[in-house]
Design a binder for this molecule. Structure first.
Ligand code: HEM
Length: 441
């Protein structure tokens, strides 16, 4: 069906199907912090694959979109074609604003001034702060040598304590020790309480408007974070923050709260990449050779291991829903998209679309070793354009250092090898919380 303004509109039945197969499972797993039991259920019921099938069937029925969903009180569009993905993402912050109503409601629980939910003009300084300190344009951060020593330390302690089995809990504890040292300095290494406070705020954020907020906790969290930043420990990103001309608009603790939060998915992607590498013998061999030769492409170390992390994010994107809101009417070939339309890009639909991507359900790290991953096809775990994740280089850098530190020291196997078989299509969801590895040697 086409509306008077020209864009196709889904039937009520199809809209309910998108809500049931795509939107509710995404919200149910937890947007800001995952709910492990629901993630386990999603793997068992293969919910992510079902979501991709649903959007494939809508695309066959309604064409290339954008497709409007008739949801009372809201104008919602779903993007179904690669060209439209690029157009929307390149059009940030206007006319496609990254700051949307729901994102604001969720993130304001602990970082009301983060760049992601800021509008111009404040957005410009906050985004610039992130780009500058995280060195978003550099494949390898200028402080990477120091970070590498920190990752090596934490991996060593983790493996010594793990004994013969590496679990998610042991991994994420070590990962966050490393993250706090890199961002705030060595004195923050054992401040697990800071990360726990943030986890509580993220749990409130999962409920967005439906949670009244934890104002006292938010204040205490920001005070504690500020104390860490004020130490400006040499070798940490805190020292870099102090060295730049921050203004009232910068709101450094809000930006850094986001970093601490977003390293959780960084850990998930790294742990899943470890599972992929050890369950694919050819990849395991390539990774080991690269690590022992300390290979680089240009100035970028460990290109294959980095590609494995990107591939883990293609297969199981940790930000499956990229949301935008139009700031003005936008003309499309099919018609006009009204101002304040909510736009959904569901990345698994593009990353796992077996009608267009032959490698959809295989582990194919080589996709990331060419000039443009997937050519024109959108492989966008970190988004793209002016709103691209400013840590899109830092996450693979730290993740590949961690994988090298683990794989270089141990013979490691997945304890439940049936979950990832190199000769079977990979599952739509991979529950990172229940992955376990046996360590020998
Ligand atoms: C696996 C790890 C990560 C993934 C997959 C990821 C992905 C993304 C994506 C898709 C966006 C765009 C969101 C949107 O437009 O709604 C984003 C934004 C952002 N990410 Fe990440 N991220 C990761 C980790 C990190 C880390 C570790 C940091 C900081 C150290 C970070 C900092 C940011 C910031 C500041 C933004 C907002 C950018 C803006 O306002 O334009 N991310 N990330």
């Amino acid at each position: 069906m086409a509306r008077p303004d020209g864009l196709s509109t889904a039937s009520i039945k199809d809209t309910l199907a998108v809500l049931g197969d795509v939107i509710i499972p995404t919200l149910g797993k937890g947007v800001l912090i995952r709910r492990p039991r629901i993630v386990a259920l999603a793997e068992r019921l293969n919910l992510d694959e079902r979501a991709v099938r649903r959007l494939q069937s809508l695309s066959r029925k309604y064409g290339t979109g954008p497709l409007l969903l008739p949801i009372p009180g809201r104008t919602q569009a779903v993007i179904l074609s690669p060209e439209h993905v690029h157009r929307v993402l390149q059009g940030a912050p206007e006319p496609f604003a990254p700051s949307t109503l729901e994102k604001h409601a969720a993130l304001a629980h602990f970082e009301p001034n983060v760049s992601l939910i800021s509008h111009p003009p404040e957005r410009a300084e906050r985004r610039y702060f992130n780009d500058e300190v995280l060195e978003s344009q550099c494949p390898v951060h200028s402080m990477a040598d120091g970070f590498s020593a920190v990752v090596g330390d934490e991996a060593r302690v983790m493996l010594a304590q793990a004994g013969s089995e590496l679990s998610w809990d042991a991994f994420i504890t070590a990962w966050y020790r490393m993250v706090r040292r890199v961002i705030l300095g060595d004195a923050a290494r054992d401040d697990h309480e800071l990360t726990a406070m943030l986890a509580k705020l993220r749990r409130a954020g999962n409920w967005a408007f439906l949670h009244p907020g934890r104002k006292g906790l938010k204040r205490r969290f920001h005070e504690r974070l500020k104390e860490h930043l004020n130490r400006t420990e040499p070798g940490s990103l805190a020292a870099r923050i102090k060295a730049r001309p921050n203004t009232d608009a910068t709101a450094p603790t809000d930006q850094v709260a986001h970093w601490l939060f977003a390293f959780d998915p960084g850990g998930m992607a790294t742990f899943r990449a470890l599972a992929l590498i050890v369950s694919h013998p050819d990849a395991g061999r390539r990774a080991s050779e690269e690590i022992s030769a300390n290979r680089t492409i240009g100035h970028t170390p460990l290109p294959f291991v980095r590609a494995c992390i990107l591939e883990s994010l293609r297969l199981w994107p940790t930000t499956p829903a990229i949301l935008r809101e139009t700031t003005e009417d936008v003309q499309w070939p099919g018609g006009v998209m009204r101002k304040h339309t909510h736009v959904l890009i569901y990345t698994p639909y593009f990353h796992r679309n077996d009608e267009s991507l032959p490698e959809a359900h295989q582990f194919a790290p080589d996709l990331w070793l060419g000039a443009a991953p997937g050519g024109h096809w959108p492989l966008i775990p970190f988004s793209e354009g002016p709103g691209i994740c400013p840590a899109h280089n830092l996450v693979p850098t730290l993740g590949s250092m961690m994988l090298a530190a683990i794989l270089g020291r141990h013979k490691i196997e997945l304890k439940d090898p049936d979950r990832l078989h190199s000769d079977r299509p990979l599952p739509g969801t991979l529950d990172n919380y229940t992955l376990r590895f046996s360590l020998t040697g």
